[in-house]
Write a protein that binds this ligand. Sequence first.
Ligand SMILES: C[S@@+](CC[C@H](N)C(=O)[O-])C[C@H]1O[C@@H](n2cnc3c(N)ncnc32)[C@H](O)[C@@H]1O
Length: 206
Amino acid sequence: MTNRHNKAEWAQTHDVPEQWQERDFVDNWVTRDDGRQDQRGPMIEAAVSAAPFPADMAVRALDVGAGYGLLSRRLLERFPNAQVTLQDVSEPMFAHARERLAEHAGRTTFINSDFSQRDWAAGLGGPFDFVMSAIAIHNMYNDDLIASIYKDICGLTAEGGMFANLDYAAQAGGVDTHVQWLKEAGFSAVDAEEINERTVLLKASK
Ligand SMILES: C[S@@+](CC[C@H](N)C(=O)[O-])C[C@H]1O[C@@H](n2cnc3c(N)ncnc32)[C@H](O)[C@@H]1O
């Protein structure tokens, strides 16, 4: 497998990990994202709707690269008995998420870990019925890393569970390649739903 992305080139057009540690960058990103909820809202809804569980189930969920908690909030609303673990490397993002999810404080756990490091999943607990992620994993510019993160996520997913990844797969290796990585990671069935020209919803069942 090759690492076909060059970090310097990538950084010219994409967000890079270090930026997520900067409060001003994160505050501006969240403000901008708040202003595009007409686009993001339906995508978030599609990702959370992929959870194939009854509404009253005590779903154990993990949000990878959770940011300010958009997916988590929708999941907590849809499944009133769910518990969500939010994983991210950015304390500025978690500050926003804690504020926005305050009403669900008893049902949320925040874990700071860096999924570019191979021990990122060690403190997360699990297994999880539903693992979800939105526009986070593409931030790795490295094919091997993305493939190994998918393996880690499969290891965190319960038998009968699902991973829903809403991401810019086309620009980070290609949609077919992501489907292949998810199958190699151990998921039994993988479906790719094109949301728009940039975004795909990858649904992987275990
Ligand atoms: C574009 S934001 C998306 C946030 C959220 N998932 C959403 O949809 O609004 C990307 C998120 O990925 C996180 N992230 C980037 N690189 C990461 C890494 N190596 N480990 C953990 N989180 C990371 C960032 O801190 C940020 O919160």
